[in-house]
Design a protein around this ligand. Structure first.
Ligand code: NZQ
Ligand code: ZN
Length: 387
């Protein structure tokens, strides 16, 4: 196990009706609030009205900015920064999923910064300060509600880039599983793939002697595999929604990565796909992750066989561990298919004519992986395998 520091200051408020506490939670942090949200789901579900009532009850003035799209755009971040400065906003409330939260985080670091906020996403500057961000989460997926990341797309150049910085972790996250019952099945499934990918990026590590966190990872994966079919069948199953929501936060709040080094190549490759083709991040991962696994599993057959046995109940073939490893990858792919996700690029209508460009951009952005260090030809090969 590697040395580590673990500090996750995001306060989690979990359970039925908890969105009604948002005013009370925001009060210690806020004078004037920017209420930031997406493209309409919170208005359709009535969540918007409850959040507004709670802010009013707490006596918090607010302005609002909707319109954060999946794969959130830099242009709206600029608009948010301008609004916050104009109205002297000192707290941002993100009500939505990863896209809204990531946009809120970008606005948060942009407001006190004199330069261009994109500098933070090209690693040419490091954010030292942010407006505090609070969250009411509506989809378990990205884990942004307690993560140190924000991913923003700059349309010019089709660049989707992450910022990682401790300073941007939200101060609180309100997690009411009831809010996720309105998710379309496809979004539920995309969320599942992303949650699983966050665990698997950490699971497939070059670090040895990490059995405790291996077991935590396996438990998280098994929970998703068990509960997603339940909510696809019965979208209002609170107990299953609750398991998924908490698993989604734990998958990406860094607990499961303690003492380990994550890989993250699949994520970086996926960001190139959604940066150009605007597909859902989780769907892109369902395509890329199994292909990546098939490309690299020989590097650590034992670990891939362990994944097969402990997560997918594959019987260990001691005479041929490679076969066990491959069966685990096959079961993952089957699971993605079964819950309605694409597992090939063409199923997402992604043509094969820009694979080299994607691979080059991925490597230029510094993405390489750690279980296996990838160069551009390796990434092209993985994308070919995903066709
Ligand atoms: O725009 P609205 O109306 O909110 O609709 C959204 C959107 O269309 C809808 N939705 C959300 N909650 C709903 C709902 N519809 C009905 N009922 C609800 N309760 O779902 C769609 C997807 O929302 P989005 O926020 O895009 O989903 P997700 O949470 O998967 O976020 C994806 C973004 O997060 C980034 C991804 O790259 C992608 O841009 N990631 C962020 C990370 C982080 N900050 O730590 C890590 C991840 O690896 C990921 O890269
Ligand atoms: Zn992800």
């Amino acid at each position: 196990m590697e040395n580590f520091t673990f500090s996750n200051p995001t306060k989690i408020v979990f359970g039925r009706g908890t969105e009604n506490q948002v005013g009370t939670e925001a009060r210690p942090h806020a004078g004037t609030v920017l209420l930031h949200y997406g493209t309409g789901s919170i208005k359709r579900s009535g969540l918007y009205d409850r959040v507004v009532s709670s802010l009013e009850l707490a006596g918090l003035p607010f302005i609002e900015l909707g319109g954060a799209r999946p794969n959130p755009r830099l242009d709206l971040v600029h608009e948010g920064i301008r609004l916050c400065r104009e109205h002297r906003v000192d707290f941002i409330l993100a009500v939505g999923g990863g896209s809204v939260i990531d946009s809120a985080k970008a606005i948060g670091v942009g407001v006190p910064y004199d330069g261009e906020v994109w500098d933070f996403y090209t690693a040419s500057a490091t954010p030292q300060r942010t407006l505090p961000v609070g969250v009411v989460l509506t989809i378990p997926a990205a884990g942004s509600e307690a993560s140190k990341s924000s991913v923003i797309t700059k349309e010019e150049g089709e660049l989707k880039r992450p910022l990682d910085a401790e300073v941007i972790r939200p101060v609180f996250a309100i997690l009411n599983p009831e809010l996720t019952c309105t998710l379309p099945p496809y979004q539920t499934a995309c969320g599942a793939a992303d949650i699983m990918a966050h665990v698997m990026e950490r699971y497939f590590t070059p670090v040895t002697n990490v059995d405790f966190t291996d077991r935590l990872c396996e438990a998280t994966l098994r929970t998703i595999v068990r509960t997603i079919p339940i909510v696809l069948e019965d979208p209002h199953n609170y107990d299953a929604r609750a398991e998924i929501m908490w698993a989604g936060t734990i998958a990406h709040n860094d607990l499961l990565g303690t003492g380990r080094v994550g890989d993250w190549a699949s994520h970086m490759i996926e960001h190139e796909i959604s940066g150009i083709y605007d597909v859902a991040h989780g769907a892109g991962l369902a395509v890329v992750f199994p292909a990546w696994m098939k490309y690299v599993y020989r590097r650590d057959v034992t670990r891939f066989a362990q994944f097969a046995v402990r997560v997918w109940d594959v019987e260990m073939d001691f005479s041929n561990p490679q076969r066990t490893a491959l069966e685990g990858i096959h079961r993952l792919e089957q699971f993605f298919r079964r819950i309605g996700l694409p597992v090939r690029l063409e199923e997402m209508n992604v043509p094969a004519d820009r694979l080299t460009e994607m691979a080059d951009k991925c490597v230029e952005s510094g993405a390489k992986g750690s279980l296996v260090k990838l160069d551009a030809p390796d990434i092209v090969e993985i994308l070919q395998m995903a066709r």
